[in-house]
Design a protein around this ligand. Structure first.
Ligand code: DAH
Length: 350
């Protein structure tokens, strides 16, 4: 009997000590340690309960219940203290990490699409709507794709190093150049795709030019090619007139002036009425009332033949335009270098 009473007192004393420790603890680490010390598997309560085996069987449930009650009370106290400490910690954080939400924010500067890319996208979009597929090719090309396959005679002046950049890549066969037009991709397309073909060729091209307000040694072109049966010059005119109407956003008079390109015969230069003065003459058109926009023509049968396309069955038209030039004309930009100077005061206007 005395053993039972002793055990009861031990438990009550145990609860008092543990409660006091918990109530005094001021940090999470402390309450965790206290919990281990009193309630853990190797803790004090386990120690006390070991004595349970030495008391009478009929007394065991009572002591057992008491022990459980003590344990529950202590767990509850532990949780209470933990919540209190959590709260305290949160308050401290709120104090020390306080920010002044009334301060004006710093706006992130949003970049936007470069005017040339915008123009390129716009041109592509118009031709896409007419069923042309964009095709890409390498900027470093052999003379074969850049000139030979396009019917340029061996002594053609644009092969000159003063016009074309030659690489020092040393290899057998045709020299390696930076392409001076995307017509090279026309060749690659006719080489790999059977007609009918309806494609455009956007991309960078390189020419050995002095830099000035109108010329830059690297610029962008969009060329186009259509190969089919019974293609007419009238279809070429219709296609380009439609393009100009959509690009400048209004119908403009156009004229086709005879010109020469080795890969088209006949060839023409397309002029449009100046959209700024409607043809009456202004600074943009140099008082001519007309703008030179692009080159075009009927694909020379020699080009087709060289690429194993039978010119008795197939014919086609091609055209090529400078993206910088078209952007300058549309937006009234007077110096091509603006596109490459990365001056945000210029770029932000688009
Ligand atoms: N390749 C010419 C140039 O770079 C542009 C051009 C003219 C392309 C007539 C064509 C064309 O496809 O038919 O100036």
């Amino acid at each position: 009997m005395t053993q039972v009473i002793e055990l009861e007192q031990q438990l009550i004393e145990f609860e008092r000590t543990a409660s006091k420790s918990l109530a005094d603890a001021n940090a999470h680490a402390q309450i965790e340690a206290i919990r281990q010390e009193f309630l853990g598997q190797k803790g004090a309560l386990t120690g006390i309960l070991r004595a349970l085996s030495q008391i009478e069987k009929e007394d065991r449930p009572r002591i057992g219940q008491l022990a459980n009650k003590v344990k529950e009370n202590l767990e509850a106290l532990y949780l209470e203290r933990k919540t209190f400490l959590d709260q305290q910690e949160l308050e401290r954080k709120l104090q020390t990490e306080k920010i002044d939400v009334t301060l004006p924010g710093r706006a992130k500067k949003l970049g936007h699409i470069h005017p040339l890319t915008q123009t390129l996208n716009e041109i592509e979009q118009i031709f896409l709507s007419m069923g042309f597929t964009p095709m890409l090719g390498p900027e470093v090309e052999t003379e074969y794709y850049n000139f030979d396959a396009l019917n340029f005679p061996p002594d053609h002046p644009s092969r000159d190093e003063q016009d074309t950049f030659y690489t020092n890549i040393d290899r057998a066969g045709p020299a390696v150049v930076l392409r001076c037009h995307t017509s090279s991709v026309q060749v690659r397309t006719m080489e790999t795709c059977a007609p009918p073909i309806r494609a455009i060729f956007p991309g960078r091209v390189y020419r050995n030019e002095e830099i000035n307000a109108r010329k830059f040694p690297m610029f962008h072109q969009v060329e186009g090619l259509l190969v089919d049966r019974d293609v007419t010059f009238g279809q070429l005119k219709g296609t380009l007139n439609h393009f100009i109407r959509l690009y400048f956003g209004k119908p403009l008079k156009t004229r086709f002036r005879p010109d020469f390109f080795p890969f088209t015969e006949p060839s023409a230069e397309l002029d449009s009425e100046c959209p700024f003065c409607n043809g009456s003459g202004c600074r943009t058109c140099g008082n001519k009332g007309w703008l030179e926009l692009l080159g075009c023509g009927t694909v020379d049968p020699n080009v087709l033949k060289g690429l194993n396309i039978d010119p008795e069955i197939w014919n086609g038209f091609a055209f090529g335009m400078g993206v910088e030039r078209l952007a300058m004309l549309k937006y009234g930009v007077t110096d091509i270098r603006h596109f490459y100077n990365n001056d945000v005061r210029f770029l932000e206007q688009f």
